[in-house]
Design a protein around this ligand. Structure first.
Ligand SMILES: Cc1cc2nc3c(=O)[nH]c(=O)nc-3n(C[C@H](O)[C@H](O)[C@H](O)COP(=O)(O)OP(=O)(O)OC[C@H]3O[C@@H](n4cnc5c(N)ncnc54)[C@H](O)[C@@H]3O)c2cc1C
Length: 463
């Protein structure tokens, strides 16, 4: 393979297993410390759209399959496959924001925290994901389980167009009117994407002026009563409240009170994306109308927050440089049944950092509802799952075992997996089970049209 010829035609860099920095560059392709045992034939870090076109054409002409690296945050390391070309988009970080029209055009590799910051300077917001370092790239293609999900919907509903480089090396725009089939696929196809997304056109929203939060901490002995009450109150809350139930390690000041449950408790968080303090307090106050607040171990009410603070909090629960396994899905089942089934597992978790979280419906409609005009197929009253999070390689076996046991418990409650946060390497059937039958067939038809020769690895190629 004439790598020098490729290098001479692009502004970016070409790194192959023979390059001295190959191992270092490869390590940056996967955020999770649980690295896959796979290796590409070449990593092409592009600087602009023309580099992407050149890389795609080179791969096609030389029989190399392609996968993209956005931020490398897929839990199961999908930006690295065996053989083929990884097109590393990490240098594509620019954005243009138009305050008047509330639109933004962004390159793919901008983090949630950074996107919120740039938009915030213009008084705007977008349904970003929860963790600060996750990049728009794969997050938007997955569908995007965002902050304020119940109100704004999955992030892909606020994507108005996507600029692509196709398998034929052509630059095209996909929107509701141009290449609408590709646009449909781009909103939920996730790691199976069969073209390189180089820009996303976003519809933005006025920045909520009073983001506020309340947290309640409960003994796991009260879990059934708490979940029963909180989920019932959720239906009475406005949709701009994000309501989540965590099974998690107690904060240090409550650890003593949770000794019986191995230092674990139930934390309820409610975040109001309100416009005034009164609106926020009134909406969050609905949780105070129940009986359970009298039984909580502690509570923090009506704290002023911001996307920056929310990013900090999420970043603390999903820390950098850890080994992770994740399984996430949506469910039509009663959240009480799901969480009660998982109660003993959080108590037994071998790592104190592991967490189980389910986001609940607010606003008198299901948290996730089916939309025909996007590939994303999530449909359920709650969304969430389990994260095994640990540090040392010698603890792999025990944490993997725990995660598998949790997954076995969640499985009967699953309506669809979330393609962005399910381990399709461990269980390949989860790809198809992330879609309805009709959506899966439609996705395959569109893939055949745009990538008939399977230039792109897709969901499972090179695994
Ligand atoms: C700590 C953490 C928190 C998370 N929180 C959330 C959350 O709140 N909500 C949520 O929805 N998800 C969340 N996720 C999951 C996240 O959406 C996915 O991991 C997503 O794939 C990350 O995007 P990425 O660009 O880093 O993907 P990568 O790992 O770089 O790529 C994954 C796959 O997507 C494809 N891909 C990536 N970019 C492009 C592109 N530009 N064009 C075409 N194909 C592309 C690649 O080919 C590859 O197969 C979280 C993940 C982590 C690790």
């Amino acid at each position: 393979m004439d790598w020098n010829a490729l290098q001479s035609r692009i502004r970016g860099t070409v790194v192959t297993p023979g390059s001295p920095n190959f191992a270092a560059v490869k390590a940056t392709l996967v955020w999770n410390e649980l690295k896959p045992d796979r290796s590409p034939a070449v990593i092409v870090t592009v600087k602009d759209d023309d580099d992407v076109v050149t890389a795609v054409n080179f791969a096609r002409e030389n029989g190399l399959k392609i996968v993209m690296h956005g931020g490398g945050h897929t839990w199961c390391g999908l930006a690295v496959r065996n053989g083929g070309m990884t097109i590393d988009l990490s240098q594509l970080t620019e954005s243009k924001i138009d305050k008047a029209s509330r639109k933004a055009i962004i390159q793919p590799v901008i983090s949630n925290r950074e996107l919120a910051r740039r938009l915030g300077e213009h008084g705007l917001a977008f349904p970003i994901g929860h963790c600060p370092t996750v990049k728009a790239s794969g997050y938007l293609l997955n569908g995007g389980m965002s902050w304020n999900l119940s109100h704004w919907g999955p992030a892909c509903l606020s994507v108005e167009a996507v600029e692509f480089v196709t398998a034929q090396g052509k630059k095209i725009l996909a929107s509701a009117t141009e290449h609408p089939d590709l646009f449909w696929a781009a909103r939920g196809c996730g790691p199976g994407m069969f073209a390189v997304a180089t820009r996303f056109h976003l519809k933005c929203y006025p920045l909520p002026k009073a983001i506020m939060s309340s947290n309640y901490f409960y003994s796991l002995d009260d879990l059934r009563a708490v979940v029963t009450e909180v989920t019932a109150l959720g239906w009475k809350m406005p949709s701009n409240i994000e309501l989540s139930i965590f099974l998690i390690k107690a904060p240090p000041e409550l650890a003593d009170k949770c000794k019986k449950t191995n230092g674990k408790l139930c934390m309820i968080t409610a975040v109001a994306f309100a416009n005034t303090q009164q609106e926020g307090i009134a909406a969050l106050g609905i949780l105070e109308t129940g009986l359970m607040p009298q039984k909580c171990l502690a509570k923090i009410l009506n704290e002023r927050s911001s996307f920056e603070k929310l990013s900090d909090a999420a970043g603390a629960s999903w820390p950098e440089r850890h080994r992770n396994l994740c399984e996430n899905q949506c469910s039509q089942a009663n959240p009480v049944d799901i969480l009660m089934a998982l109660r003993d597992k959080i108590i037994d978790a071998p790592s104190p950092k592991s967490v189980i979280v389910f986001c609940q419906s607010t606003g008198q409609h299901n948290l996730l509802e089916p939309h025909d005009d996007i590939a994303l197929a999530m449909d359920g009253q709650s969304y969430g799952g389990s994260w095994a999070i640990w540090e040392k390689p010698e603890d792999d076996a025990v944490n993997i075992k725990w995660q598998n046991e949790v997954i076995a418990i969640i499985k009967p409650f699953t309506s669809t997996h979330y393609i962005g946060e399910t381990d399709i390497v461990q269980d390949q059937t989860r790809v198809v089970h992330s879609y309805t039958k009709e959506k899966w067939q439609r996705l395959e038809k569109i893939r055949n049209k745009y990538d008939p020769d399977r230039l792109f690895f897709g969901y499972l190629g090179g695994i």
